[in-house]
Design a protein around this ligand. Structure first.
Ligand SMILES: [Zn+2]
Length: 306
């Protein structure tokens, strides 16, 4: 039996200068005449800790599967209609250390050949601030009963986060969850609670009066909808391929687990429940366990999944 040819492709790093997808069509003229060349585009071109990104790989011909690993996470791609261009949403955790993170992408082409691409993706340091906050002591030094609730909450969250739809559930670009509420620049801040507990803020806070309608930032399936100790009223939506959105401190939840919601659907009302310093909506974006800046996700122009 002949061996499958293994070809390491020349990898051209075409960097997108803007947040728009530079080569939106399925056909890639840059690689059309160069059988051995594939192109990987990272949008945006410069990443820092907390950045979401769109990875676009243009292959010389149609592929049956494209798989990748980055920062020890599986990167799950979806195909253009002709299957020669593949896309994935990925990102760098807010707490990641700056440096070069190699990615390995493997494509199985329809002609039976197998390609492997390697590239280093640079991650720089984002300039996140330090802030001090005051919350009730029970959230900093939980008593024994609270610790039991916290442990039970962790199991609930682990179960919810454990699986994601195998295909994109989103439709079009991601949109903010509140229409006119001002958003803070709180993502990534290092926070000192009550002078002692330090944590990194893994989401974006919107100032909102209690009872403000909260919209799903994109389509997906509700995988958690209940009160939790730190999060307060909490909803998590799975958008597929490892991407999820998390809404916290809600005063009222209008959806149930298993429900499918569309982008802009009102899923809850904002509040000040859980570990909150006052009424606001906390929005988290989670990719394969990493927390990403929601504001930067809203800036990404995404290809339409089919
Ligand atoms: Zn928050």
């Amino acid at each position: 039996m002949p061996l499958t040819p293994l070809r390491t492709f020349l990898l051209l790093s075409t960097l997108a200068a803007t947040v728009t997808l530079p080569i939106p069509s399925a056909h890639c003229s840059q690689t059309a005449d160069t059988a051995e060349t594939a192109t990987l585009v990272t949008t945006p071109s410069r990443l820092s800790n907390g950045s979401p990104c769109l990875l676009t790989i243009h292959l010389r011909s149609a592929a049956t599967t494209v798989t990748a690993k980055w920062q020890s996470h599986p990167v799950l791609f979806f195909a253009s209609p002709d299957r020669s261009t593949w896309y994935a949403i990925a990102g760098v955790d807010v707490a990641a250390t700056p440096g070069n993170y190699p990615i390995t992408i493997e494509a199985h082409l329809q002609d039976g050949t197998h390609q492997t691409l390697h590239r280093d993706i640079a991650v720089t340091a984002a300039p996140y601030a330090k802030v001090t906050l005051t919350v009730p002591d029970k959230f900093v030094q939980p008593d024994a009963e609270s610790q039991k609730i916290i442990a039970a909450d962790q199991l609930i969250k682990d179960k919810a986060f454990a699986s994601s739809a195998p295909k994109p559930e989103w439709t079009g670009d991601f949109l903010p969850p509140l229409k006119q509420a001002p958003r803070s620049d709180s993502f990534g801040t290092q926070r000192i609670f009550n002078g002692t507990l330090a944590s990194v803020h893994r989401g974006l806070d919107y100032r909102a009066a209690p009872g403000t309608p909260v919209a799903a930032i994109n389509s997906g399936r509700v995988i958690l909808a209940q009160p939790l100790f730190f999060e307060g009223g909490c909803v998590v939506i799975d958008h597929g391929l490892g991407l999820m959105s998390v809404y916290m401190h809600l005063s009222k939840i209008d959806v149930t687990v298993g429900e499918t919601v569309s982008r802009g659907h009102i899923i809850a009302r904002s509040g000040a429940t859980g570990r909150a310093t006052g009424p606001h909506l906390h929005l988290g974006v989670r990719w394969q366990g990493s927390y990403l800046d929601p504001a930067k996700l809203f800036e990404l122009s995404l290809p339409q999944p089919r």
